[in-house]
Design a protein around this ligand. Structure first.
Ligand code: NAG
Ligand code: NAG
Ligand code: NAG
Ligand code: NAG
Ligand code: NAG
Ligand code: NAG
Ligand code: NAG
Ligand code: NAG
Ligand code: NAG
Ligand code: NAG
Ligand code: NAG
Ligand code: NAG
Length: 782
């Protein structure tokens, strides 16, 4: 802890000084032209300078230099290094002699105290020869910033400092020989204080609750102060507190952490290595996103932990061997996601926690083999790492697994035949984005709980196993971006819960025949067959059955997710996938359950677009591009009132663009380029926003935005629809809608962005979101 802390301090010094020097350079170059220093202040400064010898070895900042060396009689003191004057009055308002190699004592006689207009005083990192901090500092009653850190003051810190009513920042840290008898007396009247830094100043006292009166506090740093007693929990709840650091092994502060809620502004919580014995044995410990750099030492002596959250910190390197001794028998939930971990100090990593239910390692840099887990494991999330081994056969022994997320690694080999039947409780199986090859295992068992199967982005071959039909709870099946050769899996139509089916980018082929019954794919909302080799007509009979793609109930919007909280840890698995939205491939990590998509693009479908598509009024995205479709664009597509993107490009469509499409108020992307359409382009609303690229390569089309006019101006068909006033869209009720007047049309905001949350690759954000859910649960259990 010690080395880390010094390094941290040093960084702060470097940053602070660099910034300050830069500022000085700028301000000085201007101020020297305008200001003339007051003579008494000039001579006070000069006297102050002469009280010290310059000794380079007394300042520890590596770029320290004697700022006072440049101070000369008969020059404008406002231009001196470290001195800043008020532009209005010319009085010296800021003196920064930090790291200036000053060596000598300072007392109440010092001419410094003549500078009564000072608002900022920084004498940090000098050597004041063990002087006492002079009481006369209180004469500088305008002080807002006082920094005397690391400067060899000693003796009692005058409690009169508390009279500096304007002080917002007080830093007395690292004056090891200085002391105060009572923290309360020292700070109780500092009502404006925001930053209070007293590390390594001896304050053998308790921490009074009255500190919680200092409601402006943002930084409270009390390392190595020798404080003792119960830490008042109320201080954690200071409304502006960002940084709270206290404790080392010299301190005897006890206490417990409150249940932080999500509105707590606290960014850094440093609890150091408080003494082992004095810390209670925690059962639940949440130290997620606490800016920790190392595994906290006190965990060594925690023997009763059940729930430990260390996610979203800055841990680097290996998970230390000693962690294996922490709470070996009790630990059930271990969260280490979102760090920079590269592996396990002990290898092979046979995890010792015999009752572990939940292990979250996602979003690290873990390499090599997966850790070997106890059979108690229920949730294993190791996504977004660099694991490289072959599919580990021990997974077959994990009969309690509810969630297995190995996605986004470099795992290889074939999938074990046990995959479809090793765990009855399995709800989520995500092997997305690895290097698995070979066939998809065949034996998918009846009576299972699988809701999510994501095998996308591997090199899997062969057919879709027919036994998948046994997974009667299945909601999400994604096998996109593999090498599967099969016909359309009509037999999946009996899966009554299936909402999302993605077969994109495989070798699926053949004609999609009419369904044999009238009740197939009843819950389906998202179907992506793009980039395959399907042929024949579009499956109109399916379209007329897909009732869940019709209008939806906008009142209850929820995200698609699977609860996987085996041991009540509050976990859930969010459905996520990539979709071509508005011409761009976009990865989404959450999907609202109302999202409705048909993407049949890049196949060899022929024939006409069925009228029945116009009945799927819930549709948000419709993509039939890059096929061989013929005939007219059905005017029924004008009923798709939720549609945001319609892509019919690269077909052989003829006839006019139905003017009914102007009714589509949310249409942000429209593409009919590369067809054989004719006649005038409709005008009005969204149609006035589409660019030429939406229409080009249709030799018979005319009118705006194409340069070809329609000749007879009566053919330039005006909008036959009045602007839609009466009915409000789903989005106006539930989301902010950006409406920009645009010619005779409207551009309405891009809503898919709100229906699906784009994946954030920033792990901290993801972890944070997950933790918010988790915290809620934990509090509930208390
Ligand atoms: C006090 O000065 C030191 C040295 O310049 C610096 O590291 C520290 O951040 C300053 N403290 C405050 C509160 O600004
Ligand atoms: C500069 O001024 C100080 C105080 O006014 C005086 O003590 C010192 O002798 C002066 N130095 C020179 C070189 O004039
Ligand atoms: C400079 O400071 C160092 C360390 O504080 C001390 O040992 C040394 O004697 C000082 N040198 C002078 C010339 O004062
Ligand atoms: C520092 O204090 C010591 C002891 O009081 C004294 O002997 C020495 O001269 C002082 N050094 C300076 C530079 O003031
Ligand atoms: C302060 O200055 C006065 C007169 O200049 C002197 O008598 C006194 O000893 C000084 N006190 C200290 C602590 O230096
Ligand atoms: C703090 O303020 C109160 C009331 O003004 C006063 O009685 C007390 O002496 C002050 N404490 C200090 C340490 O200045
Ligand atoms: C300061 O806090 C104490 C204890 O929390 C309380 O009794 C007192 O009234 C507070 N004082 C002020 C001025 O708010
Ligand atoms: C979170 O804490 C703050 C301050 O302690 C409190 O005002 C707020 O009501 C709390 N919010 C929730 C959701 O508990
Ligand atoms: C805390 O525990 C560690 C490991 O058990 C030990 O090395 C260390 O000395 C202990 N510290 C105290 C203050 O007891
Ligand atoms: C699975 O468990 C059985 C019985 O405990 C054991 O014999 C076997 O080696 C395990 N298989 C794997 C791959 O770990
Ligand atoms: C399916 O529905 C169509 C028309 O809606 C009807 O003619 C046909 O008999 C139905 N088929 C079955 C098997 O129910
Ligand atoms: C569209 O739905 C309506 C009402 O359910 C139905 O009467 C009509 O036949 C459907 N049209 C097509 C083309 O399926």
């Amino acid at each position: 802890m010690g080395t880390y802390f010094n390094g941290f301090m040093f960084m702060r010094q470097v940053l602070f000084l660099t910034w300050f020097l830069l500022l000085l350079t700028i301000t000085n170059s201007f101020s020297s032209l305008q200001l003339l220093c007051h003579e008494d202040e000039s001579s006070a400064l000069m006297q102050f300078k002469h009280r010290f010898v310059i000794n380079k070895s007394v300042s520890s900042y590596p770029f320290a230099y004697p700022k006072v060396a440049s101070w000369k009689n008969n020059s404008d003191c406002c231009s001196w290094d470290g001195v800043e004057c008020s532009e209005d009055t010319g009085h010296v308002v800021s003196l920064d002699l930090s790291s200036s190699c000053l060596y000598g004592s300072i007392n109440s006689n010092s001419s410094l105290f003549h500078l009564v207009h000072l608002r900022r005083l920084n004498l940090a990192d000098n050597h004041f020869n063990y002087s006492q901090i002079p009481i006369r500092v209180t004469h500088l009653s305008r002080l807002e910033y006082l920094n005397l850190s690391l400067s060899k003051f000693s003796g009692q810190i005058p409690s009169e400092l508390s009279q500096l009513a304007k002080l917002s920042s007080l830093d007395l840290s690292y004056n090891h020989e200085a002391y105060s008898k009572s923290l309360g007396t020292l700070v109780q009247n500092l009502t404006s204080i925001q930053k209070l830094l007293l590390s390594s100043v001896s304050i053998p006292s308790t921490i009074p609750e009255s500190i919680a009166n200092l409601s402006s506090l943002t930084h409270l740093v009390l390392f190595k102060c020798g404080l003792y007693g119960e830490f008042p929990v109320i201080i954690f709840q200071l409304p502006n507190l960002l940084i709270l650091e206290l404790g080392t092994d010299q301190d005897l502060v006890t206490g417990h952490l409150p249940a932080f809620n999500s509105s707590s502004p606290l960014k850094v919580l440093g609890l150091g290595a408080t003494a082992n014995d004095t810390l209670p044995q925690f059962e639940t410990l949440g130290l997620g996103s606490c800016n920790l750099r190392m595994f906290p030492d006190f965990l060594r002596s925690q023997h009763k932990l059940q729930w430990l959250d260390l996610s979203g910190n800055g841990f680097q390197g290996l998970i230390p061997k000693w962690m294996y001794n922490a709470s070996t028998d009790t630990l059930k939930v271990l969260m280490l996601s979102g760090n920079y971990l590269t592996g396990f100090e002990q290898s092979p990593a046979i995890l010792p926690w015999s009752n572990l239910n939940v292990l979250l390692l996602s979003g690290n840099m873990l390499q090599g083999s997966l850790p070997i887990l106890p059979p108690s494991i229920q949730s294993l999330e190791v996504s977004d790492n660099a694991f490289t081994e072959k599919f580990p056969p021990w997974v077959c022994n994990m009969t309690s697994l509810v969630e297995l997320d190995l996605s986004n690694n470099r795992l290889s080999g074939t999938l074990h035949p046990c995959l479809g039947n090793f765990s009855r409780s399995l709800k989520v199986l995500s092997l997305q984005s690895n290097n698995f090859h070979g066939i998809i295992p065949k034996g998918w068992a009846k009576g299972g709980n699988l809701q999510v199967i994501d095998l996308s982005q591997n090199q899997l071959q062969g057919q879709l196993p027919r036994s998948l039909v046994h997974c009667s709870m299945l909601e999400f099946l994604h096998v996109g971006d593999n090498e599967i050769h099969d016909i359309f899996p009509f037999w999946l139509g009996t899966l009554a819960q299936l909402k999302i089916l993605v077969l994109r980018s495989n070798g699926f082929h053949g004609v999609i025949n009419d369904p044999e019954t009238n009740d197939t794919f009843l819950k389906l909302r998202i179907i992506d067959l793009s980039h395959n080799d399907f042929s024949g007509n579009l499956p109109s009979r399916y379209f007329s059955q897909w009732n869940s793609m019709r209008a939806f109930d906008a009142k209850k919007l929820t995200y698609l997710l699977v609860g996987v909280d085996g041991d009540g840890w509050g976990g859930s698995f969010d459905y996520s996938f990539t979709i071509t939205n508005k011409g761009k491939e976009q990865e989404y990590e959450k999907i609202l359950d109302v999202l409705t998509v048909i993407d049949f693009s890049c196949n060899r479908f022929r024939g006409e677009i069925p009228e029945a598509v116009g009945n799927l009024t819930g549709l948000h995205l419709l993509n039939f591009s890059n096929n061989g479709l013929t005939g007219h664009i059905p005017s029924s597509l004008g009923n798709l009132k939720n549609l945001e993107a319609m892509d019919l490009a690269q077909n052989k469509l003829v006839g006019e663009i139905p003017p009914e499409l102007v009714q589509l108020n949310f249409l942000a992307v429209f593409n009919v380029s590369n067809n054989s359409l004719t006649g005038p382009i409709p005008c009005g609303k969204q149609f006035d926003t589409f660019q030429i690229s939406s229409f080009e390569h249709n030799p018979g089309l005319c009118g705006r935005p194409l340069s070809k006019t329609c000749g007879d101006s009566s053919l330039q068909r005006p909008s036959i629809f009045e602007e839609n006033q009466g009915s409000k869209s789903l989005f106006e009720f539930d989301w902010k809608v950006v409406v920009i007047g645009y010619g005779c049309g409207l551009v309405v905001g891009i809503f898919i962005g709100q229906i699906m949350i784009p994946k954030e690759h920033d792990w901290f954000v993801r972890i944070f979101r997950k933790k918010q859910q988790t915290r809620g649960r934990v509090k509930g259990r208390k």
